[in-house]
Design a protein around this ligand. Sequence first.
Ligand code: URP
Ligand code: ZN
Length: 466
Amino acid sequence: MAFDLVITHGTVVTADATFRANVAVNNGKVAAILNPQDAPEAAQYLDAAGCYVLPGAVDAHVHLHMLTAAGIYSADDWRTGTKAAALGGVTSVVDFVQALPGQTSMEALHQRVDDARDAVIDYGFHMTIHPDESPIAGVNQRVSDFRISEIRLAADAGCPTFKMYQAYTGLQIQDADLFRALRAIAEVNGMACVHAENGDVIQVLRDSVDAPADLTNGLLHAQTRPTIQEAEAVTRTLACAELTGARVLIFHISCDLAGNVVAAAKARGLSNVFGETCPQYLVFTDEKLARPDGRLWMCAPPLRPQSDQDALWRKLKTGVLDVVSSDHCPFTRAQKDLGATDFRRVPNGMPGIETRMGVLHEFGVRTGKLSLNDWVRVCSTRPAELHGLQSKGRLAPGYDADIVIFDPAERKELSTSALHSALDYSVCEGMTCTGWTRDVLLRGNMIVRDGQHVGNTGDGRFLKRS
Ligand code: URP
Ligand code: ZN
């Protein structure tokens, strides 16, 4: 049998094993994992000597072309954002649908799918469940029965994962509605993805900071979002998860205290509880916030001290934390400067869609904190499993031939000019990674060759997830 393509001489790395093999591709799927001595007939060969052959990375937490409450959009659109992702070894992303006032969630989903037509890699959507009305006097409103009823419609349309915020005025969901939504999510065997911070406590702390000189102090961003309030919100969510049986992934866990709540739930045998962290919490500390331009590193939850970072690496290694997503939410310098005189007006979010794989290889694998297999597990295989991407995340016969050739010897500077986001700065400026993505196949088609994007706008497909 002649294959469309055979990748030769590489070292295959999966979530479970590392071995020499040739990888055969047919009709966009992985057709066979072959003995390296075999010399099968193929229309094309790709020599991966000296490189790792990995399943394409899955980044299930990104914010492309996201409209904020302040009326600005995150800086990467679907073309720039997914091209940057591809160049960093990512072949699938999951972004968000958030209905505008007066819009149904399903209308908003159709609009987002249309918005994503320029994507160069595959994409899916989480649905956001949020109050239907604007807050009155700062009090967040309720989620309507109609919005809850759309959970089933969304799951049927291939979007069985649901984002909820326990913070952010306007988006923040009351406990009763968190509970109602989790009950409905359990019924469709979906999963909730929760931004766990106590928005009420944060609001009081932020309102209490009033000395004008202080408002430029970026450390206040972290001090008004202390770790205990994050851990409290995780506790509340996991209590609702336990009562309803709904699968719940706690998004962007930033600290040991919050991770401990997930660890305790898992230790008690709750198999419906999962944890995510992000590269920023693994490589930066709150020291960045003390810089005059500390707002470039402002995200929520905030960056934490070194002790939290160390604990997160341990929790990733032991499986308390299941996945690493980028939470790519880029804002330009000018957008970040909206909060130059008041940290409370800084749009929250950091880039990371292109650097996640390389940074985790550099600071996780090369330091011995993670094995190569852990790296693939947390960046590809577990995200695909948790988010219902059934044909993604594994290098095995029958799976999509989303394949990354990663050169562990390639040195890559993470400067603004070397990266491909639309941003006019890099939060990783000055960092060098040894090891970077060389080539990427999306469903068997080469979209990155020798570090250059060679695919086309619109190569990506909407992923109906189950
Ligand atoms: O600061 C962050 N994380 N911004 C993105 C929105 C969110 O909360 O995930
Ligand atoms: Zn996010």
